[in-house]
Design a protein around this ligand. Structure first.
Ligand SMILES: [Zn+2]
Ligand SMILES: [Zn+2]
Length: 505
């Protein structure tokens, strides 16, 4: 009898690889540990600095960001100084999952972020059941599946994790909700596997992502947002509790898959304490350009702070409107400047130059003046120091031209900043800008780290650990290749170490 899937991929969104390894060594994640032993394993390579907004589209499509057009849920709207919400249907490149389905294979996807699967008799998709970024209500293909999903898994017990405030009771509920969600996610996976056999089955666990952002300080007494009540109410390590729930779910799914499937398990990228100066970036850029802070900014920031103190249930229906109201005055101001900050995940900073011919009211000439200004900004940003430590607050500044080569280069920031995540940054200072406090409205206590980890288990592969790293764009082509499907015209290529010997010519 065939197993429920020929090729399966289970992704552990933002599960920090160093914690996975540490807890495997301590015997705390038995199922992941067993897989690690039985697999060919490798580190992974994500797009540099801005990886957290770009890796899912790159994973799904097998192309680097300049070709798929996505780096953040809010991106600059070319033709204006406003921002637009980026949705999966705005991706300019089709996913590899569709190439696999088009070859006649049966494909099932569960909560894979930013993945769009064509609706055919051979495909099944559950989207937004319990994803970290909640863009839409639960969406299922075929539509009749929705009822079954609700019967098997119920409603996502967590919802938008970013509406949770850093209060012990609320974090306790979040932790319990994430443990519950990981368990029900495995129930859902088993129900979908029963509808098999699938040629390709892809499932994402999002729980480590939400836990990493919101629960990081609860396990770290040195974190500035740590509260003693955390320990009493949430236990010693709430993050470990969530990882263990994922591990139990993983174990149940792996058991159902049996030994015959080719199984890829991917810890996409990591997590660490959220130490950055993202909230001060636009003020730094204004001072560098000799511009005063607009008069409206103070009252807007005060109202925003008050808004963020309200319970999540009050904010939830209005959160998109609040974004628009917050950004409105900024939009008009951007038109008057030479360079400004654009939204990124706080994990990195993005700067866009107001270029003549690209922006509607450009102030910077393209060509040499643009490059000279980029060079100068890079030097100035690298000279910022963390006032608490005297150490540079920025470790790298990279150019959009290098990172986002491709037809959508102009949708991306021109400079991308990597913050120094080693220590909290209460304020930044440099000779030119003086001292600027970092007052972040973002309550998250953890944020991403770039390194990922991938395991491939198959009867035709001898377990071992590989040196080097594997590009995120190579993973989906590898899954396709295991089914004999060649994905053409993309940046990624199948990983030979994950293919049977006879394919490695
Ligand atoms: Zn995140
Ligand atoms: Zn979340």
């Amino acid at each position: 009898m065939p197993g429920p899937a020929r090729v399966a991929c289970i992704t552990l969104d933002s599960a920090e690889q160093s914690l996975l390894r540490q807890w495997v060594n301590q015997g705390l994640l038995p199922h992941f540990g067993k897989l690690l032993k039985e697999s060919v394993s490798s580190a992974t390579r994500n797009p540099e600095i801005i990886y957290s907004g770009t890796l899912w589209p790159s994973f799904n499509t097998g192309v680097w960001p300049g070709r798929h057009n996505h780096y953040c849920y809010l991106q600059p709207d070319s033709g204006s100084y406003g921002l637009r919400r980026f949705l999966p249907e705005h991706l300019s490149v089709d996913s590899i999952w569709n190439a696999v389905a088009q070859q006649g294979h049966r494909v099932a996807l569960i909560d894979v972020p930013n993945a769009r699967l064509a609706c055919t008799s051979r495909t099944l998709q559950v989207a937004f059941w319990g994803e970290h970024v909640v863009r839409r209500p639960l969406t299922c293909w075929p539509p009749s599946l929705e009822l079954e999903v609700q019967q098997v898994a119920g409603k996502d017990p967590v919802g938008v994790c970013d509406l949770v405030r850093q209060r012990p009771q609320e974090l306790r509920r979040l932790k319990d909700g994430l443990i519950e969600r990981a368990t029900r996610r495995a129930d859902l996976a088993l129900a979908v596997l029963e509808r098999g056999p699938w040629d390709l089955f892809v499932l994402n666990f999002s729980e480590a992502h939400c836990a990493g952002h919101q629960l990081w300080a609860t396990r770290d007494p040195k974190h500035p947002q740590y509260q003693t009540a955390f320990r009493t109410l949430l236990g010693e390590d709430p993050l470990l509790d969530v990882y263990q729930a994922i591990d139990r779910g993983l174990g149940r799914i792996v058991e159902a898959l049996g030994q015959d499937a080719f199984l890829l398990v991917l810890a996409t990228h990591g997590m660490g304490p959220r130490y950055d100066a993202a909230a001060a970036l636009d003020s730094v850029l204004r001072r560098l350009d000799g511009i005063d802070v607009p008069k409206v900014t103070g009252p807007i920031e005060t109202v925003r702070k008050m808004w963020l103190q309200l319970p999540g249930v009050v904010r939830r229906p209005f959160r998109r409107m609040a974004d628009v109201l917050y950004d409105g005055p900024r939009e008009r101001e951007r038109a008057t400047r030479r360079f400004f900050a654009v939204p990124t995940t706080d994990n990195c900073g993005g700067v866009r130059l107001n270029i003549r011919g690209r922006e509607p009211k450009g102030h910077v000439e393209p060509g040499a003046p643009y490059h000279e200004l980029c060079d100068w900004l890079e030097r100035e940003l690298l000279s910022l120091v963390n006032t608490a430590t005297g150490v540079p607050a920025v470790t790298r500044v990279l150019r959009g031209d290098l990172l986002f080569a491709g037809p959508f280069r102009n949708q991306f920031p021109d400079l991308v900043i990597e913050w120094n995540h080693e220590a909290p940054i209460p304020a930044v200072r440099s000779q030119r800008v003086g001292e600027i406090r970092v007052e972040s409205p973002n309550p998250r206590t953890g944020d991403h780290r770039p390194k990922g980890l991938v395991l491939a288990r198959s009867a035709d592969l001898a377990p071992h650990a590989l040196d080097g790293d594997m590009a995120i764009v190579d993973l989906a082509p590898t899954l396709a290749a295991r089914l004999g499907v060649e994905a053409s015209g993309i940046d990624g290529k199948p990983i030979l170490d994950f293919l049977p010997q006879y394919h490695r010519v």
